[in-house]
Design a protein around this ligand. Structure first.
Ligand code: DP6
Length: 328
């Protein structure tokens, strides 16, 4: 009863920031992301003769902080009608918990590996829904290329799942350059930050009103491979989300000085004719979007900025998949 899966992280172009149902992890709004080749989590799950669930992340056995993973395993055991405890070993090739969507690739890989190991053969839609129960953005890491997570209307969440808008080859020139300015764990998790925002941000209604327009613009921009439209809309959407974060009580400011420096630089480079746009999640690291023809130059300039520790250049990546090589 062992299986291994690989899932890539994803970076949202139109963000998810708020739930309408915390238990079922149903979002306030739909979102669109790019699945990122090169930001991968590999997870092996074995259900067997273990006394307790064993969770090993990046070579470290978790004693505390494993409730969310154990709850997800419980959920899958319930679906499969099994009782055995599990050993789970997982490893990511990028810094976790620094706004690089490790929960997305993590819960997508866990959902695929654990459901398979438990004897379930879920459809992609079912896998996306299952991953969503672990972490909202994980619903999108099940699919490849550019992906839309539908908000859905139903109270039971059965229509809130993600699927590809176009596959990874459709717009293979698109690049997402992830800059790392800190590898420190963020102080406020996405989960509590978004809950607080929905609760008390005075501008949340404004966000809600503009979201469908952003979704329509980015979706059609992707289909037409219109980089200017997609990049500029994604950048504005990110700034709107951070404006929400900054105006909740207490304020949540994820940016560090290098974050601001990258923002200013990207805007300046654009004025000079080097087309690129930024997006930032719940963390200080900035992702810079550009096309393949400009990627080397943008990357060189980013690496020349103070405070940029490293960069990872991602193209549109694969959907989550099972592999034969187990981690133990
Ligand atoms: C800013 O999916 O990590 O990255 O559903 O509570 O696990 P939970 O939150 P999570 O939030 C992601 C927030 C974001 C935007 C996005 O990826 O759409």
């Amino acid at each position: 009863m062992k299986a291994t899966a690989i899932a890539n992280a994803n970076i949202a172009l139109v963000k998810y920031w708020g739930k309408r149902d915390k238990k079922l992890m149903l979002p306030q709004n739909g979102s669109i992301s790019m699945t990122c080749d090169g930001l991968a989590t590999t997870t092996t799950v074995d259900f067997g003769d273990y006394e307790n669930d064993i969770v090993i992340l990046n070579d470290e056995e978790l004693q505390k902080d494993k409730e969310a993973i154990v709850a997800h395993l419980d959920f899958i055991r319930g679906m499969a009608g099994i009782k055995q405890k599990a050993k789970m070993v997982s490893s990511s090739n990028f810094p976790v918990a620094a706004g690089l969507a490790s929960s997305a690739s993590g819960f997508a890989a866990l959902s695929l590996a654990a459901s398979k190991a438990a004897g379930l053969n879920l459809s992609k839609k079912e896998l996306s829904i299952l991953s969503r129960r672990g972490s909202g953005s994980a619903s999108r890491s099940i699919a490849g290329g550019f992906v839309e997570w539908h908000r859905g209307q139903k109270d039971d969440g059965s229509d809130s799942f993600a699927e590809s808008v176009v596959d990874k080859n459709y717009w293979h020139e698109f690049r997402m350059i992830t800059t790392i300015v800190t590898e420190a764990k963020k102080k406020v998790s996405s989960r509590s930050g978004m809950a607080q925002t929905v609760e008390n941000c005075p501008y949340y209604d404004g966000w809600r009103k503009t979201i469908n327009n952003d979704l329509d613009t980015v979706r059609s921009g992707i289909k037409n491979r219109d980089f200017t439209l997609v990049g500029s809309t994604a950048e504005r959407n990110c700034l709107k989300m951070h404006a929400l974060m900054m105006t909740t009580t207490p304020a949540i400011i994820y940016w560090f000085p290098p974050t601001m420096q990258i923002i200013q630089s990207v805007m300046l480079w654009r004025e000079e004719g080097l087309e690129c746009y930024f997006t930032i999640d719940a963390g200080a690291n900035v992702k810079v979007m550009c096309l393949e023809k400009n990627a080397a130059e943008v990357n060189k300039r980013l690496l020349g900025l103070n405070g940029v520790i490293k960069t990872i250049i991602c193209r549109p990546g694969d959907e989550a998949r099972l592999v034969d090589k187990h981690l133990f």
